[in-house]
Design a binder for this molecule. Structure first.
Ligand code: SAH
Length: 251
């Protein structure tokens, strides 16, 4: 999977891409990231990349010409087949389903906005998709680009080592993941649940599934509408709802 990132601040990418799993994915040849400085494509003497907004008002707007030149030069013929994503608080909300969708691509381009954002013609005539990482406003699209790269990379084959590791992840099946424990078996008087020490795989799987259901029901009940649940699991949720009204849930 190859990412072309277009930014005015390439330095922001230095740390995150050189540590841990993103670093290893690049060493394995699963991931490559090319950071392109939009400023290199500004043709005037001062390499201007932003300008005052037409119509007045505060802030600066990223000029269209260096962005078009950068993306067209880097992608070349691939421009017609490569999704060009603009990071934007006005885009569709990024989630795990979109990360899976992106992980199917061989190549993605990401444009990082700054200041008030990019000239609207970039959005209209260059970009094929706009993605927001949440309903808040950041100073630039670099952190959102890294969020996309990170979320997509851990879905690429072999990157996490354990092929099953992503299947239980929160948001993969519209459920939050079950709780995790590691040694010691007792920490400051707080024991690990017995079932996890039992070695009984079916019981452990059942316990984890119920924990996932319970915490999704408690923390993100909105997700349950989309979850694929068995009749028994639906019944368990009804029991939880009953417990909420005074009864204790069956464990
Ligand atoms: N004035 C703009 C916000 C500009 S924020 C507006 O109100 O829509 C500057 C840049 O940061 C944006 O162009 C975008 O690239 C990036 N950005 C800020 N918040 C973001 C978010 N939640 N998701 C994705 N990108 C974001």
């Amino acid at each position: 999977m190859h990412f072309d990132v277009f930014t005015l601040f390439p330095g922001i990418f230095e740390g995150p891409l050189q540590e841990s799993i993103l670093k290893r994915a690049q060493e394995m040849g699963r991931l490559s990231v090319a950071i392109h400085n939009i400023r290199d494509y500004a043709t005037d003497k001062h390499h201007t990349t932003d300008d005052y907004p037409y119509g007045g008002g505060g802030g600066m707007v990223m000029k269209p010409d260096p962005i078009f030149a950068a993306v067209e030069d880097v992608l070349g013929m691939a421009l017609t087949t490569t999704p060009v994503i603009l990071t934007s608080p006005q885009g569709r909300l990024f989630n795990q389903a979109i990360a899976w969708e992106m992980a199917q691509q061989a190549r993605l381009a990401i444009i990082c906005g700054r200041y008030e954002s990019v000239d609207e013609r970039v959005r209209q005539f260059l970009v094929t998709d706009q993605v927001s990482i949440g309903d808040y406003v950041l100073t630039g699209g670099e952190l959102p680009a890294l969020v996309l790269i990170d979320a997509v990379t851990r879905l690429l084959p072999d990157v996490l080592g354990d092929a099953g590791a992503t299947l239980d992840d929160s948001h993969t099946n519209s459920l939050l993941e079950y709780p995790h424990y590691t040694r010691p078996a007792e920490f400051r008087g707080h024991p690990v649940p017995d079932v996890l020490l039992s070695g009984h795989h079916a019981e452990i799987a059942r316990w984890r599934r119920r924990q996932a259901l319970q915490r999704t029901w408690e923390r993100r009940p909105d997700l349950l509408d989309r979850a694929e649940l068995s009749p028994q699991e639906r019944q368990y949720l009804e029991e939880l709802a009953g417990a909420d009204e005074g009864n204790l849930p069956r464990d």
